[in-house]
Design a protein around this ligand. Structure first.
Ligand SMILES: Nc1nc2c(ncn2[C@@H]2O[C@H](COP(=O)(O)OP(=O)(O)O)[C@@H](O)[C@H]2O)c(=O)[nH]1
Ligand SMILES: [Mg+2]
Length: 235
């Protein structure tokens, strides 16, 4: 099935070229859409040079850094309008999400089901993450599950596959969040619409190149936002 892969980037010069090349090799028919928030390190230039040789590679350039989640949503809207994709993948640019797992994930897609690469099911592993990140990720996922009443164990990993029906619903929703926690808000919205979640074990490897955009401030803001997500929803 025709696939669009959305990759949000902010200062991923050291990763994006290699990632795009690998994905183009693995899935030559797929549209690869990089959504860059005007990275000062020239990430967009690398994508444009790749596009010259392969028109399946797209760049959606936004003016300001406005959060991972909003970048991905903009990528979904772009993909819906400009490609004939039926499946929509989102993944990070830093190789924490191994492109070689994508084929297995794609095989798990089903109607009204979101496929999640999950770090918290049997067979998953997190490699090279500092202890503090492991603890905060695990605990925040626990809290997210309780506050939003979500069935999946990992609601903050942005390696996912959605069908067109899910994308249409997400693009109609008025999100109250903008960063990585959009992943949890999406889960909440789709759950309310009766979607199922299929968690597939993943090996999540901490980035070897470039710098993480994660901040303590976004982390605390995201936890507070859970209640806003919960009480703002109207189907
Ligand atoms: N377009 C865009 N991408 C972002 C933004 N923040 C993070 N990203 C990208 O989202 C992905 C995950 O972010 P990362 O920095 O690896 O955070 P971490 O994995 O939580 O440490 C990477 O591909 C980043 O380049 C943003 O504000 N805008
Ligand atoms: Mg990362």
């Amino acid at each position: 099935m025709k696939t669009a892969i959305i990759i949000p980037t902010y200062n991923e010069r050291e990763n994006i070229g290699r990632l795009v090349s690998q994905l183009a090799k693995l899935l030559p028919e797929a549209a690869i859409i990089v959504v860059d928030d005007n990275s000062p390190d020239g990430t967009a230039k690398i994508v444009l040079s790749k596009r010259k040789k392969n028109s399946n590679i797209h760049l959606l350039l936004r003016k300001n850094k406005a959060g991972r989640g909003q970048a991905v949503l903009a990528g979904f809207a772009y993909a819906l309008k400009n490609t004939d994709a039926k499946l929509f993948v989102e993944m990070d640019a830093d190789f924490s999400h191994d492109p070689s797992e994508l084929q297995t994930l794609l095989e798990q897609t089903a109607l009204r089901t979101v496929v999640l690469a999950s770090r918290y099911v049997r067979g998953s592993r997190i490699v090279d993450w500092p202890f503090i990140r492991r603890v905060t990720s695990f605990l925040s996922n626990l809290l997210i599950r309780i506050v939003l009443n979500l069935p999946a164990k990992d609601n903050t990993n942005g390696y996912r596959i959605y069908g067109k029906d899910a994308i249409r619903i997400l693009l109609k929703h008025r999100f109250v969040t903008s960063g990585y926690i959009v992943l949890s808000e999406s889960g909440y919205v789709l759950r309310k619409h009766g979607f199922a979640f299929r968690e597939i074990p993943t090996i999540f490897v901490n980035r070897k190149r470039g710098k993480s955009n994660a901040s303590f401030r976004e982390f605390t803001e995201s936890l507070v936002a859970l209640w806003r997500i919960r009480f703002s929803f109207s189907p």
